[in-house]
Write a protein that binds this ligand. Sequence first.
Ligand code: ZN
Length: 633
Amino acid sequence: MKKYLHLFAKVIFLFCNGIIACTSSSQTEIQYSTIMYTPDKHSFAKPEEAVVKHLDLELLVNFEDKTLCGTATWTIENHQSEYIWFDTKDLFIQEVKVDDKIVNFQLHEPLPFLGSALQIPIQPYSKTVQISYCTSPQAEALQWLTPAQTYGKRYPFLFTQSQAILARSWIPCQDSPGIRVTYEAVVRVPCGLLALMSAENPQTVSDDGVYHFRMMQPIPSYLFALAVGNITFKPISSRCGVYAEPEMIEKCFEEFSETEKMIKIAETLYGTYRWGRYDILLMPPSFPFGGMENPRLTFATPTILTGDRSLVALIAHELAHSWSGNLVTNATWNDFWINEGFTVYFEMRIMEKVAGKDYADMLALIGYYTLLQELEELNYNEDTKLKLNLEGRNPDDAVNAIAYDKGYFFLRTIEEAIGREAWDNFMQDYFNHYAFQAVDTETFLSYLEKKIWSRFPEAKKRVQPEKWVYEIGLPENCPKIYSQYYREAEEAARAFAEGEIPIHQLQIGKWYYQQWVHFLNQLPSDISLERFAELDAHFRLSESPNTEILFCWFLKSIQAGYKNVYARLQNFLTTVGRRKFVLPLYAEMLKKKELQNLASEIYHKARPYYHYVTMYSVDKLFEQYHIKVASKY
Ligand SMILES: [Zn+2]
């Protein structure tokens, strides 16, 4: 499966073919890496032949024409090839130089979702490839916000989202998670704005709009990140802080003030935090994800600002990625669970220490229900395996709960089978052993075999790891979770639905938001609209500051035909771009013929505001119903 680079064999090959005339000094200069590259169908790069090692990026950020222009100078390692291959998408390549000499390059015809291969001729001893280019205004990784789309309403905002294969739309790169590079960057932005990257970051605005960045730990391309806007900084501790628009900085600081505590907890679990600083950037509302684990600088959705820190598990998740994902990375998107399953597991362990076992069990149970629902929706198809086969498909098409929650339960099953102490030792060892490397599913399984199953053969029989990884659905040995908090919510939902007690006697004032969500989900589908109105009036659900409650309430309301919420629903969908909320709400509306027009109207207004990642998913949804959506803006 894997391609090994044999230094000795390659040097012999070069001599025998007379391609190079090595001198003894140049021989010693060649330091071929011995990295194993899992073949990646989502990249044109051929790293076993010629691979990038370091990036020097210079970019000018132009808000007027929505472009980034500049040069990407790659330090490369050529093993035996006449060409080096890059991934690009919608880039205007102006010039390519190899070791400062202009060369003829070939930009191949674009392929669906993969973009265009950039083929550059190189010599055996080529050291650098410099690509001068501009991005397209439609670059899929870039979100250009007008001042009106920000909190402050005065300055524009730019942010990137490179995962899964969008980095190529703003940097010509070898866009595969198995290829890691260090980088430095010089970014020029309009004066008065702050630029931030997944790197060592400034904390104040520069006088001339020029910013210098360094990321000296090697990272995969999907973790390249840039944000530019009217952003300010406030420290939480000596190594962590928050960035946000000035209007949001205090709220943000309050919400995330326990981040240092979380980092310490994470370190006691699985070893030193290796990235220096851990900062959080609060994104504008159109950010498509909950968070993005860009190293040193998590991008976080504002939908987690509730005023009561009830959604900080999301920060635990993004922080956990500093180990699982950023440090030990899925080799290809087929191995996505290697990133997300481990991260959910780690997140649960952090939350157990932060809020107690009962709380963590409730989170696990939510994951379990989400998983069951996902399995049903996917009809137990091939995408319900942990190891995916995404060949010929956009990796974004298979983002679902399987990698996250089935991945989590697989790891929890192992933990329960061998005991927490042995498992935690293994996890620490795993993160150390594969630090700054990519791991595919098979590598993980063989490491597990060597370190765990050889010591616990009986446990292996009980866990059946291959079944978890390579078979559809959920194995029967999945741990059963009990949650007292959930039981309370179920009991209250039953009592309310059956009219046993008046609404003001429901003891739900101090509930966790998850209990609220569960309560709402447990209400029977035939509950009357009067009772919906009663709930809304008493608990002001349509005005909840907690987006998780709000989302669930909207979903239930659409299902029940509770029209009173539609105005607020429209407001929500045109001001929040997080795909997790947006997509199911449109899906639920489209299921009802009488709501399809409303869904189209709202989407028409909201679409220019969404990030590509959200827009792509919602477009596909409308296509399923043969409803035409507005042309690309
Ligand atoms: Zn994640």
